[in-house]
Design a protein around this ligand. Structure first.
Ligand code: AMP
Ligand code: MG
Length: 358
């Protein structure tokens, strides 16, 4: 099956994304042709807190949403009148942030009397390999590895996905962010760890990731603790009184780089191991990969190797579509619209939802 055209004309869709710390808008035609994709990141606002502060995020979305939407329409070279539908990432995410995008999307759809399409953010990451790319064949195996999610999916059509395994605690991106805090490597954590790891020996520390029996689930909290103890030494005391014999600042560059490389090898090794096992268990025609962590060069190379050994096409999202963006929201909305999966003005935002088909 192709990318969900179903023989019907696909629409010119304006997408809006505001689930976390990126305010984004995009215009996409035919589900895959990106006419514009504007992303206003808030990294500068959250850096001093080493993580996203929800109140700061929603206020920044409010300030940026309309200029970002206007820029997306201008850059696409279209008028608001040309837009056939408005798509919005309405779940999951930070509730205050989601509400800003949802409010803007409803206002636009209502004022133009055009359909409103609520899109699941995780599902949209699985669509991101289709952007500016050839249509996909189904069924495919999907991996979303991001700051909030680490899930393997069976993707049977553009609109039908079922989770096969997921992290039972921290997401892999969250583990990268915490590793960067432990190693005082910078913010956001993923790219900082990847850069530091380039100078390191990835076998210098033994940092295991738990295997959860026969499942395709993940657990990253133990890896984070193992890195913490390796870098700072064994803790002394308990609870709030706990102290460590040293901090990352006491280590030289080589020791920090070795720790970053060892962490990256373990974190990515778990993703690749479970993807490999999922490929043994499910007959698929290709592999779809999206989410912020999939910008990581090591992960991209290792996934390419397991797909090549099986002669399966690997469809990685382009680097600019790995991180949160609105093109993936507008793109997935096309097959949803074609299947009449639209919403009314009562569409709600949801912070947490089980990931399921549209
Ligand atoms: P998302 O949640 O999809 O916006 O992705 C953000 C997450 O991706 C954050 O946890 C980042 O630390 C992580 N990330 C971004 N780039 C990289 C990279 N090159 N390597 C590993 N993780 C990354
Ligand atoms: Mg995301």
């Amino acid at each position: 099956m192709g990318a969900g055209t179903g023989g019907r004309r696909m629409a010119l869709i304006l997408g809006i994304e505001s689930s976390c710390d990126e305010t984004a808008a995009a215009v996409v035609s035919d589900g895959c042709v990106v006419r514009s994709s504007i992303v206003a990141t808030q990294h500068d606002l959250h850096e001093r807190y080493a993580g996203v502060v929800p109140e700061i995020a929603s206020r920044a979305h409010l300030e940026r949403i309309l200029p970002v939407v206007e820029e997306a329409i201008r850059e696409a070279g279209v008028a608001l009148d040309d837009i056939d539908a408005i798509a919005v990432g309405h779940e999951p995410g930070l509730i205050g942030s989601l509400l800003v995008g949802l409010g803007a999307a409803k206002a636009l759809a209502w004022s133009r009397s055009i359909p409103l399409i609520g899109v699941n953010h995780i599902h949209a990451h699985l669509w991101s390999p289709c952007l500016d790319a050839e249509p996909i064949e189904y069924p495919a195996l999907g991996l979303v590895a991001s700051g909030g999610h680490t899930t393997i999916f069976l993707v049977t059509s553009p609109t039908e996905i079922s989770p096969l395994g997921a992290s039972i605690d921290d997401a892999v991106g969250e583990a990268f962010d915490k590793a960067a805090t432990i190693l005082e490597a910078g913010y956001p954590g993923g790219p900082a760890i990847e850069a530091l790891a380039r100078d390191g020996d990835d076998r210098s520390l033994k940092l295991p990731v738990a295997r959860l029996g026969d499942t395709l689930d993940f657990s990253y909290s133990g890896l984070k603790t193992a890195l913490l103890y390796a870098v700072r030494g064994q803790p002394v005391g308990r609870g709030r009184e706990v102290t460590y014999p040293r901090s990352a600042g006491d280590l030289d560059h080589q020791a920090r780089a070795d720790a970053a490389a060892s962490f990256q090898r373990a974190a990515i090794g778990a993703l690749v191991r479970n993807m490999d096992r999922a490929l043994e268990q499910h007959e698929v025609t290709g592999v779809l990969v999206g989410g912020g962590v999939t910008a990581n060069g090591c992960l991209r190379r290792e996934l390419a190797a397991i797909c090549e050994s099986r002669s399966l096409p690997l469809r990685l999202a382009r680097p600019e579509y790995c991180l949160d963006n609105a093109a993936m929201i507008a793109g997935l909305a096309a097959p949803l619209l074609a299947a009449d999966l639209t919403h009314g003005m009562d569409l709600a935002a949801a912070a947490r939802v089980p990931v399921k088909s549209a």
